[in-house]
Unconditional design. Sequence first.
Length: 148
Amino acid sequence: MPLPPIPDAAVRLQCPAADWREAVRLAGGALEDAGATTAAYADEMVRMIEEHGPYVVVSPGLALAHARPGPSVLADGLSVVTLERPVVFGHPHNDPVRVVLGLAVHSPERHLGLIADLANAFDVADTTARLAAAADADAVRGVLGAVA
């Protein structure tokens, strides 16, 4: 399943974040700036983690923040946020997180498939480190294009 496009507006690099909530809100803001979601989607992503725990931390150093398809999703979208300093989500094995992907999927049918595809793509050992070191949006797209 192809990844949604990643416009420059959906990429934020070396951002300061005080905690996981702020990191997730950065990813949600990038999705909003790219036109994929409304502002409410960031709150929904935070609420999902508050309710279900740090299940979004899918591999060492990587969180895949998302919420269910709904009215706050305008189009499929993917955002990439790298953090100036890693934050703790509370995952027993994969904390701390250096890279937060924000995923918005408009269709319930695509939702689980895209999450699985993204999670599997990060089985490559250095993908998260390469994203964390990316200098610009083109470098981010290059890393994700190599694993998609």
